[in-house]
Write a protein that binds this ligand. Sequence first.
Ligand code: ACO
Length: 430
Amino acid sequence: MAEIKLNSTSITLEEITGTEGEKAFDIGSLRNETGYVTLDYGLKNTAVTKSEITFLDGEEGVLRYRGYPIEQLAERASFLEVAYLLIYGELPTSNQYEDFDHAVTNHTLIHEDMKKFFEGYPQRAHPMGVLGSMIGALSSFYPDVLNPDQNQNDIDRTIHRLLAKSATIAAWSYKNSIGHPVMYPQNRLNYSANLLYMMFGMPTEEYDLNDKTVSALNKLLILHADHEQNCSTSTVRVVGSSQANLYAAASAGVMALWGPLHGGANQAVIEMLQEIYDDGGASKQNVDKWLDRFKDKESGQRLMGFGHRVYKNFDPRATIIKKAADDVFEDLKVNDPLLDIAKQLEEFALNDDYFIEKKLYPNVDYYSGLLYRAMGIPTEMFTVMFALGRMPGWIANWKEMTEEKQPITRPRQIYTGKNKREFIDMDQRS
Ligand code: ACO
């Protein structure tokens, strides 16, 4: 219990404790009882919901989906298995997995009319813009989703469609951007292999899948699959709270993820490394100079891929990705000068007082971009891969919120504009 005293009023706030011991006060009655609201820029101190999906402890570097440690899931599960876990709450039995896998795989094709959409985008269109708008457009092909009273079968079908079709749209947006023919999905392949096939296969020749690359992509997708109330997931919840359909909510999630402070960071990391390389290569002197720039607020530049709103010790996903990346780099015999710069920058930053004091560590995106690059995935597609990975998390959060019938999200504000004033006709304005 906490007591707030405001002038002559005093109210008691109920204490809430999560299953892992996080503590909160429920301020639901604050405004009604006192007339006050809270002001919390960036919602740094605000839990916007209770959730059973993902637990993370930023101080200890812990991430668990439905109780299962991310390290075990990344090592032993498939992406669709993790998607099932996040969305439905339990690991699937083999029968449940078979049904789910079949249901998702069955929906990998997109309506032929949607193929024509690609002709309308400029060739240089950023694939995140294409993905977001086309996911929203899926709702027009399945108008039944506009009915807020859908039954569970309809909801499940939308979930299967969204998971399956977003991968096809993503791969086709890439094919379109390079002027190659689109590759129709191969349902004999698993999700990750199919994605690589649709992105890199050609109708003229056999496409050889590299097992290490497929496995690394599976890991990357799992690591990105959920991260509790991050910017894009909160966006999905905000949009979904108006009872907008799942395609609309997921499309908004894609758009929120696009920003360089969120999912766009993996692209920004590579662009930053390239800029450093172009400026003076991987010499210690050049890397040092850039590190100084990142510490200087006036420069307006940050060391992209470092720092996290929640992880203040280490990002457990970064540790797993670094290991997966090393395996792929070795297997594919990658010799990438940007990797040398990244390793030096990481080492210098981890030993630098500025980064130590501010608790800035490599986040999931520091190495994911280099790994995608080694797989041959172009920079503009990095955030798209992230979006595909995050899709089960968005779906799980949307489902949890709608099942709990949470109220529409409608925050308050503190108005700081002009007080009331009279309208002045245009000819009298100075
Ligand atoms: N490089 C240099 N300085 C940094 C960095 C960085 N990467 N990150 C934070 N700082 C500094 C800030 O300038 C600030 O300094 P101050 O206290 O002197 O003002 C302090 O550290 C705290 O930074 P905030 O932006 O207030 O921290 P917040 O928790 O709000 O931001 C964020 C977290 C946005 C991730 C930030 O660390 C950042 O911009 N990192 C680079 C972008 C990035 O990698 N984003 C991906 C995040 S992971 C994801 O979304 C999947």
